[in-house]
Write a protein that binds this ligand. Sequence first.
Ligand code: CP3
Length: 343
Amino acid sequence: MWDRFLRACRREPVDVTPVWFMRQAGRYMAEYRALRAKYTLLELCKNPELATQVTLQPVNAHRVDAAILFADILLPLEPMGAPFEFAKGEGPVIHHPVRDRAAVERLRVIDPEEGLGYVLDAIKMIRRELDGKTPLIGFAGAPFTLASYLIEGGKSSNYALTKRMMYNEPETWNLLMSKFSEVVRRYLHAQIKAGANAVQLFDSWVGSLSPTDYEEYILPHVSSILKDLEKTGVPVIHFGTDTATLLELQKRAGGTVIGVDWRTPLDQAINRLGTDVAVQGNLDPLLLGAPRELLGRRVDDILQRATSAAGHIFNLGHGILPDTDPDSVKFVVDRVHSHQKRA
Ligand code: CP3
C-alpha cells in the first residue's frame, strides 16, 4: 500500500502499521559511508543527485513506508547570514554565533528559492525516482531548536546562552523566533509545492523547557508555522524529545501527528492527546542494539499500546545512532509489518 504512511497520518484505516525511522539515511549504512568517503555532508545535501541517492538508500534496503528528504535542519542558517560547518567529531559549528540584538537584526528572512533552491530541486528529483511507490517527507527545524545552535554556536548540554536571551532580552528573543518562524513557514510551504507528501517539524531540544516557558516563549511561534501549514491538507508531524510534560501544549501549537519519545508510554500519550491527532513513535534507538528477542518484544509492546490511537506511525523516539546494525532496522520493519490490523 503506497499511501499506508499518509493514511495513518490522516487517521484513516491501514492494512498494517506504517514504519520509517528518523535518520534512516546515515553512517550506520555502508552505502552512505561509501559516499561520505568522497563528499562532505554539506556536499551531499547541496547536490540534488547525491541527496536523491542517499534518500533512496534506506528505502531500497529496508522497505520502509516513507522516504525522508536527505538534508539537515541547519541548512537555512547559511542563506540567513549565519554560515556553519560540520566539523569532524564535534558536530555543527556556527562561525559567528548570534548573541545580541544587532546580530539578530542582521539575519535575513529569506525566500527558500534564494539559497535553498537545491533542496527544492532534490525534492522534485526524489519524487520522480520514487515514482509514486513511497511517499516523501520534507522537514525543517523548529525555531527553538534552530536558535539553540545559532546562539550556542553548536550543540549544547544546558542551552544556557539560549535561555539567557529568552529570559533577559525577550524582545530580541521574539524577533529571532519571528524570523525563524517566517523562514520555516515559507520553506515548508515550498517543500510541499516541490512535491513533499508530508512534512515534519523537528523541535528536537524543546524538552529542555518547562511547560510555562514553552507556552510563553515558544508556542505562539510554532503555532504560527503549524496552523498555517495545516491549511494545505498535507500531514504535518510535530516532533520533539523529552516532551513528557509538553505533549498537550505541542498539540495545541499544531500538527496532525505528534511525535512521542520512549520516555512516555504510547498508550498514556494517546490518552492525553485524544483521537483527533495521530501519534508517531516511540522505540528507544538503543533497543536496536538489544538482542532480537527483547527488541521484538518491545516492538510488539508499542504496537499493543498503540491500538487505541486513531492513527499510529511506528518510528524511533529519536534518530538512528551511527553504530546501529542495519539488519536490526530491517528486523523492526518486518516485525511491524507482520502485525495484521483488525478492521
Ligand atoms: O535520514 C534522515 O533522517 C534525513 C536526514 C537528516 C539529517 N539531519 C542528516 C544528517 C535529518 C532529518 C536531520 C535533522 C537534524 N539535524 C536534527 C533534528 C533531528 C535530531 O536528530 O534531533 C538536528 C538536531 C540536526 C543537526 C545536526 N546534524 C547535528 C547535531 C549533527 C551532528 C551529529 C551527528 O550525528 O554527527 C548533524 C549531522 C548530520 N545530519 C548527519 C546526518 C546523516 C551525520 C552524518 C555525517 O556526518 O555524515
